[in-house]
Design a protein around this ligand. Structure first.
Ligand code: PLP
Length: 484
């Protein structure tokens, strides 16, 4: 998070030059696309809240022969031979995760956030439903069950309930959304946010939990611009006998960097915590599960329960990224993510824009673009044309649904990695308001109002590109990394 050259920039430049030469000798078009992707990322104002820039150390770790190894099982207990180095890698990733987050137990195998959530769901079912049923029969393993026993247990496991945050309030697809497997494997209900303030209403969540009596209460979000009180969520879970699962995929970097502490740190309060490693945590694409000790042996069964062979090269990169997050500088980075989100929110609001919850105290801002007379889709495309990369997102009770939407989600982790501070984010706010206020909805071919097409006033995209180039030139991506 600085504009100074990376300490290993020269070695990384040599490594990438060599790697691209090797790739080009087999498939030059892939080498060219890889070069182009770096150029495009360097030239783009990335405000996608779920993206970041992993360090070259993390990226290089993924390109090794660990990719070739099968290692189903757990550390020291593999179903394949010759896994001693994978054991080292997985044990280190788990150790760094435990130390970084203060978690009793960590599981580094999930390939992604969705996989981590699947591991968590099945671990909770295994711990809360399967294990007691087996114990009652004096058995240890499901393989000991008769077909008839198994039918009954399967029915019981399939009859459980999950309560999670709704998609339009900021929850994720895997938090019980019907089209997702989480909404099919569980009976599901969703909690939303207060219609007036857009804030989580803990009393309403508690009332819903008392009525619905879920086995799993899911907290965490993809598009909610505020912190959550996980101590309160745990109280609610305890009162109704639910297991509290927190999906911190989006804000894991703020937990790691000690911006979220006390009641806002999910790790001491939740039974099971899941995360991705590639968003604010700034690691490789992947997932992680943290758990209280009582859930450890169930989570350990992630493979073969829902996972196949782990991606050993990615576990190695998780270990490197987690080691980076344990360095002092990461706390400064995490605090800057939150400070920058506040600067962006203040900059937008002071220029008349409407934000869901009237602000932010995490890493993201949810801009309601209906005030500009636009749908999220029109705003997203108009901004992209001007060089500002965002993604459209529903706002609570969105009249435009999940496809067109009425919102734009903006996140600060990526540009904070490039060294942007409050002044730069204020300028970003100015550019966004400039583009959106100079954009009008277009019409359909039949002449009616369109939710997709738009017209931006002449010259706006060009002047925005020029401003972006100037900002990005001052904050290069991977400073010192120069490819031949
Ligand atoms: N959980 C949350 C809260 C997310 O926002 C996301 C992705 O955006 C995921 C899980 C899924 O992560 P992945 O794309 O790695 O499967």
């Amino acid at each position: 998070m600085s504009d100074a050259p990376l300490p290993y920039a020269k070695a990384a430049s040599t490594a990438y030059d060599a790697a691209l030469e090797v790739i080009a000798s087999v498939e030059p078009r892939i080498a060219e696309a890889t070069r182009q992707e770096l150029a495009d990322q360097r030239a783009s104002l990335k405000l996608i809240a779920s993206e970041n820039y992993a360090s070259p150390a993390v990226l290089l770790t993924m390109g090794t022969w660990f990719s070739d190894k099968y290692a189903e099982g757990t550390v020291g207990h593999r179903f394949y031979a010759a896994c001693q180095n994978v054991d080292t890698v997985e044990a280190l990733a788990a150790e760094h995760a435990r130390e970084l987050f203060g978690a009793p137990y960590a599981y580094a195998q999930p390939h992604s956030g969705i996989d981590a959530n699947l591991v968590a769901f099945w671990s909770i079912l295994a711990h809360r439903i399967e294990a007691p049923a087996l114990a009652e029969k004096g058995m240890k393993n499901v393989n000991e069950l008769t077909d008839e026993d198994w039918e009954g247990l399967r029915r019981e496991m399939g009859d459980q309930r999950l309560l999670g945050m709704s998609l339009d309030a900021g929850g994720h697809l895997t938090h019980g959304f019907r089209p997702n497997i989480s909404g099919k494997m569980f009976h599901q209900q969703q909690y939303g946010t207060d219609p007036e303030t857009g804030l989580l209403d803990y009393d309403a969540v508690a009332a819903k939990a008392r009525e619905f009596k879920p086995l799993v209460l899911v907290a965490g979000y993809s598009a909610y611009p505020r912190r959550v009180n996980f101590a309160k969520m745990r109280e609610i879970a305890d009162e109704v006998g639910a297991t509290l699962m927190v999906d911190m995929a989006h804000f894991a970097g703020l937990v790691a960097g000690k911006v979220f502490t006390g009641d806002e740190d999910p790790v001491p309060h939740a039974h099971v915590v899941t995360t991705t490693t590639h968003k604010s945590l700034r690691g490789p694409r992947g997932g992680l599960v943290l758990a209280q000790e009582e859930f450890a042996s169930s989570v350990d069964r992630g493979c073969p329960m829902v996972l196949g062979g782990p991606l050993s090269h990615v576990m190695a990169a998780k270990a490197v990224a987690l080691a980076e997050a344990r360095q002092d500088g990461f706390r400064t980075y995490a605090q800057a993510i939150a400070d920058n989100a506040k600067s962006l929110a203040d900059g937008l609001m002071s220029r008349g824009a409407k934000l869901v919850t009237d602000g932010t105290d995490n890493h993201l801002v949810l801009l309601d673009v209906s005030g500009f007379g636009l749908t999220g889709r029109q705003a997203e495309t108009a901004l992209l044309e001007a060089g500002v990369v965002t993604n459209r997102n529903s706002v609570p009770a969105d009249p435009n649904g999940a496809w067109y939407t009425s919102g734009i989600r903006l996140g600060t982790p990526a540009l904070t990695t490039r060294g942007f501070g409050g002044t730069e984010f204020d300028e970003v706010a100015d550019m966004i308001v400039d583009v959106l206020s100079q954009t009008q909805p277009g019409t359909t071919k039949a002449g009616g109002p369109s939710k997709a097409s738009y017209v931006t006033a002449d010259g706006v995209a060009d002047r925005t590109h020029a401003r972006i180039d100037e900002l990005l030139d001052k904050h290069p991506l991977y400073p010192g990394l120069d490819l031949a």
